[in-house]
Design a protein around this ligand. Structure first.
Ligand code: TXA
Ligand code: MG
Length: 321
């Protein structure tokens, strides 16, 4: 296999940018998870992202910007959207907004929808790359569609091998969960994906009656394209809320555990949910490699970001529809 992981330096960032200008895809770190990045106006590179991820073409991509000014070129913001971004941008919040007619975003990136998902990431390298390119970039998470998300450069390499020319290694993503997504195209606004930014925090910012969380897990296309029921899934079957693993099971533990062996990884011995989110995908990938009969998971509290962690695990544990 060709070496395609490069340490983050100004030279490799410029190289990545040259590749983007030529219509190539590069993988870089967001504060949430690693992303596959391309020029959002370039049809060829967008198609390539769908192809290497094996992503259904009805599932639109998030468009990443480095400023409100850039976001204004591609989307219409209402007052509530402005309120949210004042609080959370740059950071792990994606807004679905009405899309402007613009050459900056190819229709393929938004799967032909009249809406666009926009986010300004906090990760320094992401912001630098957008600034070098001086254009918005489209970026899904850097994993094959349906499989566990990548939170470091090695994960990306495991997922795509030689299909990528450049993966920039900037260490492990700090947060470890994808951004929270809120659909602001109609009221009541709908949280479509939970993340580190919780439902409570958004409710506090916008007022209690404006936000609902869509808990329905649908395997159909309609109102929430990417939210297919089975997602984030290891190849090994996953079973939730298990206190004590059996001999042929790998164990994803949480909190104080008596069970300590080579097939146990503990998300957070201290029961810290932020730490658990940071470790979640890496540990799932590692347990998957152990090729045990099942991966069983400790109960994880539903408070705060525990809700997002449980939601991811629930999808990961779904059997094929
Ligand atoms: O943290 C993140 O959000 C990462 C990093 C790389 O920024 N990106 C990410 O992208 O998680 P992805 O493609 O794995 O998830 C994007 C989700 C999908 O579920 C997709 O259906 C939804 O956003 N989405 C994108 N545009 C949409 C739109 N216009 N309407 C509804 N959902 C949309
Ligand atoms: Mg994803």
């Amino acid at each position: 296999m060709e070496e395609n992981i490069f340490k983050e330096t100004s030279k490799t960032k410029n190289l990545a940018c040259d590749f983007l200008r030529k219509g190539e895809i590069v993988a870089i770190k967001a504060e949430t998870v690693y992303g596959l990045v391309c020029d959002a106006s370039n049809q060829k590179s967008i198609s390539k992202i769908y192809q290497i991820k094996k992503r259904p073409n009805f599932n639109p991509l998030i468009i990443h910007v480095n400023s409100k000014e850039m976001a204004d070129k591609i989307a219409f913001f209402n007052d509530d959207a402005v309120k949210l971004i004042k609080k959370y941008w740059p950071g792990p919040l994606t807004l679905i907004l009405p899309k402007r007619e613009t050459k900056l975003i190819h229709d393929k990136a938004t799967a032909g929808l009249k809406t666009v998902a926009v986010r300004m990431p906090k990760s320094r390298i992401f912001l630098e790359i957008i600034s070098l390119l001086q254009k918005p970039v489209a970026a899904p998470s850097a994993n094959e569609s349906g499989y566990i998300t990548s939170t470091n450069a090695e994960h990306v390499k495991e997922s795509f091998g030689d299909n990528l020319k450049i993966i920039i290694d900037s260490g492990k993503s700090t947060l470890g969960l994808e951004s929270t997504i809120i659909d602001m195209t109609k009221k009541p606004y709908l949280i479509r994906r939970l993340g580190i930014i919780t439902k409570e925090s958004i409710l506090n910012t916008l007022g209690i009656h404006t936000v609902l969380y869509n808990t329905s897990i649908s395997s159909n296309r309609p109102n929430s394209p990417g939210q297919l029921s089975k997602h984030y899934s290891p190849k090994t079957p996953l079973v939730l809320n298990v206190i004590k693993p059996k001999k042929n099971e790998a164990f994803l533990a949480f909190g104080k555990q008596l069970n300590k062996n080579n097939f146990t990884l503990n998300l957070s011995v201290d029961g810290n949910l932020k730490e658990a989110a940071h470790n979640l995908y890496d540990y799932l990938r590692r347990l998957d490699k152990m090729e045990k009969k099942r991966i069983v998971v400790s109960p994880i509290p539903y408070q705060g970001i525990g809700e997002a962690i449980n939601e991811r695990l629930k999808r990961a544990s779904k059997k094929n529809d």
